[in-house]
Design a protein around this ligand. Structure first.
Ligand code: GLC
Length: 577
């Protein structure tokens, strides 16, 4: 049945406007006979037109930039032609369809794809019979804790998979529902959180007697450690742009509620305060790494997401009323943030040598060692780890403290948002190739590197038994990161790196029951407390496959370099800015 976008949108807007919601302090209830069906598979909607790739002379860059610059109606017929890069990209082993499996294929899809789609559909969560998200994990063998909730960050790969498969409805519903949750008053004890904070997760409760569905959100007040998720709001804006880009439907982002939601999120970050840096000051555990892991301060993951959210908002916020002034503030921050991160977070062989020779206690504007980093604090491992060719953004930079650890999400999101210059993106790819065993290992890929152990682990994690060395957030391996790796590799023009990682994943991930994470130096062991059927491991694989098959999907999640943001200052002259 052909998919009619217009009637679909009409239907959705009617649904939304007729919804009557009764708000309570931390939940809202629908007064209708809706049902919550965690296990109900959504009807498989066949894709409208089969995407088929043939080879001609269009380059990879053309394909990516066509995706980057134009809205992409779901599943349009597209002809992609050959180049050396594409030849490698579309070699027969991966030229199968990664979308919802259909009956006739020119190339047989990997058997994991069908399993993955089935598992992803099983994870869908419904509110008043409408799909609104995916549950974090559907593992029947483990205590669910909060894994039976829809996490905002976890839903991102699910959303991308649905968008790439021409199924935007669940994404739109999710964006609207979380927007409603944002407007709830959020309290921890006697303290009220900022208006713009988005939840880490939400749960749909079904009352079979009253026949009502209730949504309960967690803004950090129930989370272990009681930390608010700084990343949720950024992912929300990034997803709103992905939805808009993928469907070409601007009506959602243009809605006054969505415009307000974006502004509230960014107002939290753009407010004037005591900051001397444009980076965002954060508490430990405020993002994907949601437990104490020594990432407090200015973690690269948040800075990259902040940058990407600002750039996404810039393309969505309307320049009306005070919107114009808001856009100016965004521009200023983007400029300062890109300079700061590119300059002070970047580490390559040359820069490490500079830091190694830093003088300390320099006072005044002429200081080279601006943050007074003491060379003795450089850890030994980094000298062996850093290859002559290659570089990366380090984990954190603050006064007298450089956290030299590698954090995958921060680096890949920096590439996708073009926070990394094209030279820096290539250098990150060089590092991945040179340090494959350490960063990718047997089961892609490490969330951070290296692991903390012994005394350092005791002090930094507070003796966290879940974050022991080479496990979980402490240098554990997370299959979900595969989608970000793939997108970053395509953007950096190195898709073969992603292909290698995907082939590794295909040897085990489904057989192991789609675990949340792997343990060990090489990521060889299913994680100690890893959930099975972890939705973002499943969706991450599907997104990686679909992107490699059709690189123009990158336009949803990748941003072209903004030439105006090239650093115009040199290290020694920056104080004159
Ligand atoms: C773990 C992860 C977190 C994720 C959650 C649900 O707590 O650290 O990032 O959102 O599980 O999967």
């Amino acid at each position: 049945m052909p998919f009619d976008m217009n009637s679909f949108q009409r239907h959705l807007s009617l649904e939304t406007s007729s919804e009557s919601l009764k708000r309570t302090n931390d939940s809202y209830t629908s007064g209708d006979n809706g049902s919550t069906e965690f296990e109900r598979p959504m009807e498989s909607r066949p894709r409208q037109i089969e995407t088929h790739h043939s080879l001609d002379e269009r380059s990879l860059n053309d394909i990516i930039s066509s995706g980057l610059s134009s809205p992409r109606p779901p599943r349009q017929l597209e002809t992609v032609k050959s180049s050396e890069c594409l030849e490698a990209l579309l070699s027969p082993s991966i030229r199968s369809s990664a979308g919802t499996p259909r009956e006739h294929h020119a190339f047989e899809p990997h058997p994991m794809i069908a399993d993955a789609w089935e598992a992803l559909r099983r994870s869908m969560v419904f509110f008043r019979s409408k799909p609104v998200g995916t549950i974090a994990a559907l593992d029947p063998t483990e205590d669910s804790l909060n894994y039976n909730q829809v996490f905002v960050r976890d839903f991102v790969p699910s959303a991308l998979a649905f968008l790439m498969n021409g199924e935007p409805e669940i994404v739109k519903n999710f964006l609207l529902k979380t927007l409603r949750l944002q407007s709830i008053e959020k309290r921890i004890d006697c303290f009220t959180l900022g208006e713009g904070v988005m939840p880490a997760s939400f749960k749909v409760l079904h009352d079979p007697v009253r026949k009502t569905d209730t949504m309960i959100a967690d803004f950090g007040e129930s989370a272990i450690g009681r930390v608010a998720p700084v990343d949720s709001g950024f992912w929300w804006i990034i997803l709103l742009r992905a939805y808009t880009k993928s469907t070409g439907d601007h009506t959602l982002a243009d809605m006054p509620d969505c415009q307000r939601g974006m502004r509230l999120i960014l107002t939290l970050c753009l407010a004037d305060g005591f900051d001397t840096f444009p980076t965002l000051l954060c508490a430990d555990g405020c993002c994907m790494v949601d437990r104490r892991m020594g990432i407090y301060g200015y973690p690269i993951e948040i800075q990259s997401l902040f940058f990407m959210a600002l750039r996404s908002a810039k393309s969505l916020i309307k320049a009306e009323g005070d919107g114009k002034e808001f856009l100016e503030r965004i521009d200023k921050r983007l400029h300062a943030l890109s300079f700061h991160i590119r300059e002070y977070f970047w580490l390559d062989h040359q820069q490490l040598n500079n830091i190694y020779r830093f003088k300390t206690e320099e006072y005044s504007h002429t200081a080279v060692n601006k943050f007074n980093v003491i060379p003795d604090s450089i850890p030994d491992w980094i000298f062996d780890f850093l290859p002559l060719k290659g570089g990366f953004f380090i984990g954190n930079v603050s006064p007298a403290r450089m956290d030299f650890r590698w954090f995958a999400i921060g680096n890949f999101m920096a590439i996708l948002s073009s926070l990394a210059t094209s030279e820096q993106a290539s250098a990150i790819m060089d590092l991945l190739e040179a340090r494959w065993t350490e960063l990718v290992g047997d089961m892609p890929l490490k969330v951070s590197y290296p692991a903390m152990e012994g005394h350092e682990w005791r002090i930094v994690t507070g003796c966290d038994p879940k974050n022991t060395r080479w496990s979980y957030h402490n240098a554990g391996s997370w299959p979900v990161i595969l989608w970000m790796l793939t997108a970053a590799c395509i953007k950096a023009g190195r898709p073969q790196i992603a292909r290698r990682a995907i082939e590794q994943v295909e040897t085990r991930l489904a057989k192991d029951g789609w675990p949340e994470y792997y343990d060990g130096k090489l990521g060889r062991y299913v994680g100690k407390q890893a959930r099975k059927f972890q939705t973002w491991s499943i969706a991450g694989y599907l997104v990686a496959k679909m992107m490699l098959e059709d690189p123009s999907h990158l336009g949803m999640i990748g941003l072209e370099e903004d030439k105006k943001m090239k650093p115009s200052l040199t290290r020694s002259a920056s104080w004159t800015a």
